[in-house]
Design a protein around this ligand. Structure first.
Ligand code: SF4
Length: 434
């Protein structure tokens, strides 16, 4: 029986989806991609933007034409009723019960053997106990790299955010279990582990923090494993964390949800840092690594963003030479303090600002790629097409590796040097060392 796990939203969702897919694969189900026919679809939704919710509804309707759909995730948590009405083939599993899906495969296998149909099998399932840290995949169906969830929830209350409402208060997986799971992934042959959470820098923030966790991991893991961090909120990037980043096993890639470079706007939307503090963090990241890939999230049209505040933001991103920006036009989310804000920016202005920032992002990305030429590179191989391997570099560039070794395989870490861009694909080329 074919199962498709379709994911929207953040890396944490991807990590949790992989663990769910792994639990089905271990029970003998076949995991397939979204373009293949499946009997059961699990749609792991996101509520960050109205666009993400729209896409979830579209995909759920589409999948429901050919199979049973389990809709779960943050959107399913905050608007269960809306998803229920999409089709009779849809069963909603709110976020608080998402971890129960890790045990569904075993139950379904037994109920199918007993002669129940798939939908009845799903409806008859209930599991009493599940923790947000039960997601512990041993294999990954949709990625060549491994993910490890170490944190969930968030204690901040950014005025535009619905995620902290869906996910609840910050909680952390104890460091001994994190280390034990990381060692298992290393022993299974993974070259890279990405640490994920809703707000990763809130990992055990009242005690030793993310820096303390990284110290433990780096002390236990071998020299050939690489650690990548999912997005880092600026407000808990402390000295201890910064000190671990110069370890060569830490990937030179950082993703920071900056959102605005105007202190006035940051304070209006209840962010907990200012732009001067962020600048000194960026300086430290660049001291720890040689020209790391620093990506940023930006929201245009936040309430209170006048022309002056936007120009301030534009100038800042341009001067700071971010490698890439993920630009989101502000969409007011129900149940958040900004839902009925009176100082809203007109949509046309919000969108034209987004366009300007996206054009800036393209220019910054191209200039980042160009200045890598001639530099050393590490690449984790992902797939092979027309005789060449493709992969992801430590600094997060999708690259072509035309001369990978004969023993190359998905997930292998290779070393080489960045060469000029491939004319056919437009991707940077990495030539492996002989
Ligand atoms: S830091 Fe802010 S935006 Fe991020 S999850 Fe927490 S409340 Fe939401």
């Amino acid at each position: 029986m074919n199962v498709c796990v379709y994911t929207l939203g953040c890396r944490l969702n991807q990590c949790e989806s992989e663990a769910i897919a792994d639990s089905f694969s271990q029970e003998g189900f076949t995991i397939v991609g979204e373009s293949e026919q499946a009997d059961l679809y699990i749609v792991n939704t996101c509520t960050v933007t109205s666009k993400a919710e729209q896409k979830a509804r579209r995909m759920i309707r589409k999948f429901a034409l050919s199979g049973v759909v389990l809709g779960t995730g943050c959107y399913a948590q905050v608007n269960e009723e809306e998803l229920k009405t999409l089709s009779d083939n849809v069963i909603v599993v709110p976020l608080e019960k998402k971890a129960h899906l890790l045990k569904l495969a075993k139950h379904l296998k037994a109920s199918l053997v007993a002669g129940f149909d798939l939908k009845s099998g799903c409806l008859s399932f209930s599991d009493g106990q599940a923790s947000v840290f039960d997601y512990d995949a041993a294999s990954f169906s949709y990625h060549s790299r491994s993910f490890l969830k170490v944190q969930d929830g968030c204690d901040n209350e950014c005025a535009y955010c619905r995620v902290h409402i869906a996910r609840g208060k910050a909680v952390s997986l104890d460091s001994a279990t994190v280390v034990q799971r990381a060692l298992a992934l290393e022993a299974a042959g993974f070259s890279e582990i990405m640490l994920t959470g809703v707000n990763l820098t809130m990992y055990d923030h009242t005690h030793k923090g993310l820096g303390g966790l990284l110290e433990e991991l780096l002390a236990e893991l071998g020299p050939d494993i690489r650690l990548r961090l999912s997005s880092l909120e600026p407000d808990h990037i402390d000295e201890r964390l910064l000190a671990t980043l110069s370890d060569p096993r830490m990937q030179p890639h950082f993703h920071i949800p900056v959102q605005s470079a105007s202190n006035k706007v940051l304070s209006r939307v209840n962010r907990h840092y200012d732009i001067e503090g962020l600048s000194s963090i960026l300086d430290r990241l660049r001291l720890a690594k040689d020209d790391p890939f620093i990506a940023a999230d930006v929201i245009t049209g936040l309430p209170g963003e006048g022309d002056e505040e936007f120009e301030e933001t534009f100038r800042y991103f341009s001067e700071q030479q971010f490698a890439q920006m993920h630009v989101f036009p502000f969409s007011p989310r129900p149940d958040t303090p900004l839902f009925k804000a009176s100082d809203r920016v007109p949509e046309s202005l919000r969108d034209s600002r987004a366009l300007r920032l996206r054009e800036l992002s393209d220019r910054l990305y191209n200039s980042y790629v160009q200045r890598q030429i001639g530099k050393e590179a590490e690449v984790i191989l992902q797939n092979r097409k027309a005789g060449s391997w493709y992969g992801l570099s430590g600094n997060y560039l999708e690259v072509k590796v035309p001369n990978a070794p004969l023993f190359a395989r998905e997930g292998l870490l290779v070393r080489g040097v960045f060469a000029p861009l491939d004319e056919g694909t437009g991707k940077p080329i990495v030539l492996c060392h002989a």
